[in-house]
Design a protein around this ligand. Structure first.
Ligand code: C2E
Ligand code: MG
Ligand code: MG
Length: 566
């Protein structure tokens, strides 16, 4: 509801305080610009507010008063459609009262003993200006689904807290739902909405116990500005548990980024940092909570740098493809069976940068497609070249990212690549990480299904690192399993890991799916795997990833072995 008022008339302000001295101090100040009326407790205030409802521009409201306190006045105003659009500035000496008043709909507050004359006038003026015509303190400022504040309103509150109450040390928290679009796609929008409403409700419950404000931002992001908590994991757990209770069959994961208060940090920057921290928790199911710190700042700067430098890197050919062999270890001696293409970035100033650093970064914004395209082209050309040079067909697998899967031209592009290089589909294998199967299930299964129909082989990468369970494996469109390195690391010392590896190998054999074990570095690991029936191994034991020219030595060696065996 927009309150229309005649600008020419002096605006009317109600001052409510049980202390006469306070009424006088404010009155003297405000009478310079406004018509001022007074009340000395909550009951009288409500009467005056009702009487003057259509002409009142502002209420300056004390909190602690006899008969009816300021909170109750706020509650009653809030419950009344006509009164709730009248802005209220709360007068208080109690810090703890300030945020509660804000939650009850107060527009601002002034601390006692009163601020400077000019400050009071400026703030009263600003609130009136905001409420009249341009912005409203009303239900329109709340998100309908969660009843938390809207983002713009929230930011305005946050910055006024920052400006006028620099002594109030508030932390910024950003909460996000992993893959919310898939939650919606898989379970329906109603389910998605109930998740959001539930989180909103729990955040409100949390804020009623502590001081702070919150909003929903975009579809599935929540921003919270609150007094420092010692244990943010506890807050995340509390919200996660709430969501888990909603439906035992659907796993909805939350992640959280926090930027703690430091001197002079304004809310916009703080929320940027909290958001960056939250982004770094993305997809890392083991660390869903990130606190923004000095390390993260450095990482952010570096990430920014890498993002800026990507295009030049492609143009200036700073990327090269390395090849790491996979060996069949059931043969004696083991036989070179294929290779994996792995990207390398030689940055002119930063030196060699590991894909572990930039691949997740470029996956976040889809730029990885540029890199992947390059790798696929290189690898396809390389297979063709080795075929010509050595007369052997050595299949090479390339990595496919989530961002590639959502690209509708993917299938055609891969098909063209194979045909243009005169290859067989079996010669270019495609590695898709396990978590992609769980994240965007529907679309992924469709795309992978089409690729297999054409004749591509799909290897499930990093198997065991995520959440896909062994028993769903039989229904997955997969030709080869690549067992995650974590299983191998302790193979020689851990009984549990050894049993787990055996179990995976047995199951895969039962399903007729060959397994490549990654990260094999020692003789001992190799022996255990061979005895357990693992067919293929990729790891430093045989070779690190190598530039194409060096990889050729392995091909030549393999050809010699073959010749000698004959
Ligand atoms: P991945 O696909 O699981 O690749 C295997 C990684 O394990 C490679 O790391 C490889 O160098 C490393 N590795 C192999 N054997 C051993 C070993 O015995 N011990 C240890 N400690 N590590 C071993 P790299 O090359 O750093 O790549 C890391 C990840 O980056 C890859 O994991 C893959 O997810 C991604 N990646 C690499 N190249 C590309 C690419 O062209 N496109 C995309 N989308 N992702 C890529
Ligand atoms: Mg891989
Ligand atoms: Mg892998």
């Amino acid at each position: 509801m927009i309150r229309s008022k005649q600008i020419q008339k002096p605006q009317k302000v109600l001052v409510v305080d049980d202390q006469e001295i306070n009424r006088d101090v404010l009155g003297v100040t405000l009478e310079e610009n406004y018509e001022v009326i007074y009340a000395c407790d909550g009951v009288e205030a409500l009467e005056k507010i009702r009487e003057n409802a259509d002409s009142l521009s502002l209420v300056m409201l004390d909190i602690f008063m006899p008969n009816m306190d300021g909170f109750e006045v706020l509650e009653k105003m809030n419950a009344d459609d006509e009164l709730k659009s009248i802005p209220v500035i709360v007068l208080t000496a109690e810090k703890s009262a300030e945020l509660k008043a804000l939650q009850l709909g107060a527009a601002d507050f002034i601390t006692k003993p009163f601020d400077l004359h000019e400050v009071i006038l400026a703030r009263a003026g600003r609130i009136i200006e905001l409420s009249e015509g341009r912005r409203l303190i009303s239900s329109a400022e709340r998100d309908k689904l969660t009843t938390l504040y809207t983002r713009s309103f929230f930011l305005e509150y946050a910055s006024s807290l920052f400006t006028y109450h620099p002594d109030m040390h508030l932390d910024a928290i950003v909460l996000d739902i992993e893959q919310f679009h898939s939650v919606n796609a898989l379970n329906g929008r109603d389910f998605g909405n109930s998740v959001l409403a539930l989180i909103g409700g729990e955040i409100r419950a949390f804020l009623s116990e502590t001081d702070g404000i919150a909003c929903r931002y975009g579809a599935d992001r929540f921003d919270i500005y609150c007094v420092h908590q010692d244990d943010y994991q506890a807050l995340l757990d509390r919200l996660q548990n709430k969501v888990d209770d909603l439906s035992p069959n659907v796993r909805v994961r939350l992640r959280m980024g926090v930027k703690e208060w430091v001197e002079g940090a304004d809310p916009v920057t703080m929320f940027d940092h909290a958001h960056a921290a939250c982004g770094m928790a993305r997809g890392d199911y083991k660390r869903p909570l990130m606190i923004y710190d000095e390390n993260m700042r450095r990482m952010e700067l570096k990430n920014q740098r890498l993002l800026n430098d990507l295009r030049a890197a492609v143009e200036e050919k700073q990327f090269t493809v390395f090849y790491q062999p996979k060996y069949n270890i059931q043969c004696d001696p083991p036989r070179l069976s294929s290779a994996e293409a792995l990207i390398r970035w030689k940055h002119p100033e930063l030196g060699m940068i590991s894909p572990g650093e930039f691949v997740p970064l470029f996956e976040g914004n889809g730029l990885i497609r540029l890199v992947d395209n390059f790798v696929w082209r290189e690898a396809a050309a390389q297979i063709a070249e080795w075929k010509k040079k050595f007369g052997v067909s050595l299949p090479v697998s390339v990595n496919i990212s989530r961002a590639d899967v959502v690209d509708t031209t993917l299938v055609d592009r891969l098909k063209k690549l194979v045909l243009d290089n005169g290859l067989d589909y079996r010669e270019v294998k495609l590695e898709v990480t396990e978590s992609a199967y769980t994240d965007n299930a529907g679309q992924l299964l469709d795309v992978v299904g089409r690729l297999r129909t054409i004749g591509f082989e799909i290897e499930m990468d990093d198997f065991g690192s995520g959440y896909s369970s062994l028993n769903t494996l039989s229904s997955m469109p997969v030709d080869v399993l690549k067992m995650d390195m974590k299983f191998v690391r302790n193979l020689e010392n851990s009984d549990t890991d050894r049993r787990l590896v055996k179990l995976i190998l047995d199951l895969a054999r039962y399903l007729g799916i060959p397994v490549v074990t990654e990260g094999v570095e020692t003789d001992g690991q190799l022996k255990i795997l061979r005895e357990a029936g693992c067919e293929f191994v990729q790891g430093y034991y045989f070779s690190r990833p190598l530039p194409a020219a060096e990889f050729e030595d392995l091909i030549i060696k393999e050809m010699n072995t073959e010749r000698n065996a004959k």
